[in-house]
Write a protein that binds this ligand. Structure first.
Ligand code: KMH
Ligand code: ZN
Length: 295
């Protein structure tokens, strides 16, 4: 049987900014509303279908300020058709209430990390009650979660979550294996393969390799039928001694490898279908609006 295109095509998510790097240290990091909107447009052009967003304030510092978050979401929707996935992880210093409040900005999707993990010298805190609250609020608000897995045990938590509280909005389970974080699972092919038997039946997965694990994780994920997340949230060095010039460079490399693997990039509409995202009326992607406007 020939697999359908949506089975073989590669969903590429760009995570352009993150909450960890300072603009002063990484001038190519997109932090202003205009920079993020332009990044979304340019990354879509070379193969991204989803954007994972952390928002910065006017001083380039990470913020969960709802007004600013809404502004960035609107700008990205204006400049691209990408699936807008807001981070509910924020920065390790962010309080739980502010992380939950991000859902009020009505993204298409949002990240949901399935357990606490050491994060460099910090602790990325994700207690069970927060996990349940994010899952159930997303069900009620019609937001599709991307389950973030930093360690093998997080997949056991996902099984427990789905068993007790039911499937996510849209009905499809999509997991991102975030690998190579100092404190989480290593970014190796062996660790990626170890995760696969623990995925819920019917789930899809992407993988993200932080830092120098970016390429090995990308190649392992493509080989194992997985999808990809790349971006300056996770990777600031393109090759030894060569800083990343921009997110588009990382997306273009991922798209090229996906084509070599004969699993070409999925477009944004394909991503919506795969992930079970159905935008509310009045909030349609640009393509739909332009069709409506046509005579
Ligand atoms: N910034 C990290 C502490 C997420 O976006 O959901 C958490 C993170 C995960 O980036
Ligand atoms: Zn993130």
């Amino acid at each position: 049987m020939t697999p359908s295109t949506s089975t073989v095509a590669t969903l590429i998510t760009v995570a352009p900014t993150g909450a960890e790097s300072a603009k002063a240290d990484v001038p190519a990091l997109p932090v202003t509303v205009e920079e993020v909107a332009a990044t979304a447009r340019d990354c879509q052009a070379v193969g991204a279908a989803v954007i994972h967003l952390h928002v910065r304030d006017t001083d380039s510092r990470p913020t969960l300020d709802l007004g600013r978050v809404r502004e960035v979401v609107a700008a990205v929707r204006q400049s691209s058709d990408l699936v807008v996935q807001l981070s509910t992880g924020g920065a390790v210093t962010d309080p739980v209430d502010a992380r939950l409040a991000v859902l009020e900005a009505e993204p298409d999707a949002a990240s949901l990390t399935l357990g606490t993990v050491n994060f460099g010298r910090g602790v990325f805190s994700n207690p069970w009650d927060l996990i349940v609250e994010l899952h159930t609020q997303m069900q009620q608000r019609g937001i599709v979660p991307e389950y973030e897995v930093f360690d093998l045990g997080h997949l056991a938590t996902l099984a427990r979550l789905l068993d007790r509280f039911g499937p996510p909005h849209g009905g499809h389970v999509h997991v991102d294996l975030v690998m190579g974080v100092p404190g989480g699972m290593p970014g190796t092919a062996q660790a990626l393969i170890a995760c696969l038997p623990l995925l819920p039946p019917g789930a899809t997965f992407a993988a993200t390799g932080v830092g120098r694990t970016s390429l090995p994780v990308m190649l392992a994920s493509l080989s194992a039928g997985g999808h990809l997340r790349v971006g300056m949230e996770d990777t600031l060095t393109y090759a030894p001694g060569e800083p990343v010039r921009g997110n588009v460079q990382l997306v273009a490399r991922a798209a090229g490898l996906a084509r070599i693997a004969q699993r070409p990039p999925l477009d944004a509409m394909g991503a919506r279908t795969l992930l079970g995202i159905h935008r509310a009326a009045g909030n349609e992607p640009r393509n739909d609006r332009s069709l409506e406007a046509a005579p």
